[in-house]
Design a protein around this ligand. Structure first.
Ligand code: SAM
Length: 229
């Protein structure tokens, strides 16, 4: 028997994302951001963000910086949560501009970044980057965010928005859900929609990127390196 999917408009879906992530932030923001622990200390939480940057950014500076001094680079982050990775990004790059759909998460990120004047955090509408000032950004990053987005339309919207804000040739390095055995529903704000390798390539090309590298197809952490055409 086929299980009927709940009908939900994009607007309702975005409101639900905001509501659910606000609730998660109020309940235990750091646990829902990184479920490895439910009682993170400040040090442990921000060190885990430093580790993400050490593993995913500092090992990949050729693709990310393309010869530019990182301190001269303006970077974007989608889904910053409580500022775990944003804080570490602000230690490496000249300016970091980060968005999150949850106002509660944004409040926590702002507190975490109070001593980082080069980090800017905005609450957005869950689908575009109209809150971000200017353009000509040098790099964009997102980790463990699109795995929570149940809508292909929203993910495509972000990829197109990142293209609008990046300078030509710049990299958008991000993750999507690659495991298609994990079934989402339109009102599920925890389990995101999965992309096959081919679907990732189609998305890159439809949104004006070259999908130069991909790692982890079929897995929960499917990393994509999209270079802006
Ligand atoms: C698991 S947390 C990860 C946070 C951060 N990237 C990190 O690694 O520490 C996922 C974050 O994505 C945000 N998020 C979920 N859906 C979003 C959307 N449609 N637009 C922007 N942010 C979203 C949530 O509010 C939450 O803060």
């Amino acid at each position: 028997m086929k299980i009927p999917m709940p009908e939900i408009s994009l607007d309702e879906q975005l409101k639900k994302m905001q509501r659910d992530w606000d609730e998660r932030a109020r309940e235990n923001a750091r646990y829902y951001v990184a479920t490895g622990k439910n009682d993170w200390t400040d040090d442990e939480f921000f060190q885990s963000g430093e580790r993400t940057v050490a593993e995913e950014i500092l090992t990949d500076m050729i693709n990310i910086c393309q010869g530019k001094d990182p301190k001269q680079m303006k970077v974007l982050e989608i889904g910053c949560g409580a500022g775990r990775v944003t804080r570490a990004l602000a230690g490496v790059f000249g300016e970091v501009h980060a968005v999150d759909v949850s106002g509660e998460m944004v409040e926590r990120a702002k507190t975490a970044l109070a001593d980082r004047p080069n980090a800017f955090v905005y609450r957005n509408n869950g689908k575009d980057l109209s809150v971000i000032p200017g353009e000509g950004y040098d790099f964009a990053f997102s980790t463990i965010v699109f795995q929570h987005i149940p809508s292909r339309e929203v993910i495509y919207s972000y990829v197109r928005e990142v293209r609008r804000l990046l300078r030509p040739g710049a990299l958008f390095k991000f993750q999507v859900q690659g495991d298609s055995s994990m079934k989402t529903a339109p009102d599920d704000t925890w389990l995101g929609i999965a992309f096959s390798d081919q679907e990732a390539v189609v998305m890159a090309e439809a949104c004006g990127f070259e999908p130069r590298h991909r790692h982890g197809a079929g897995e929960q952490y499917f990393w994509l390196w999209f270079f802006r055409a």
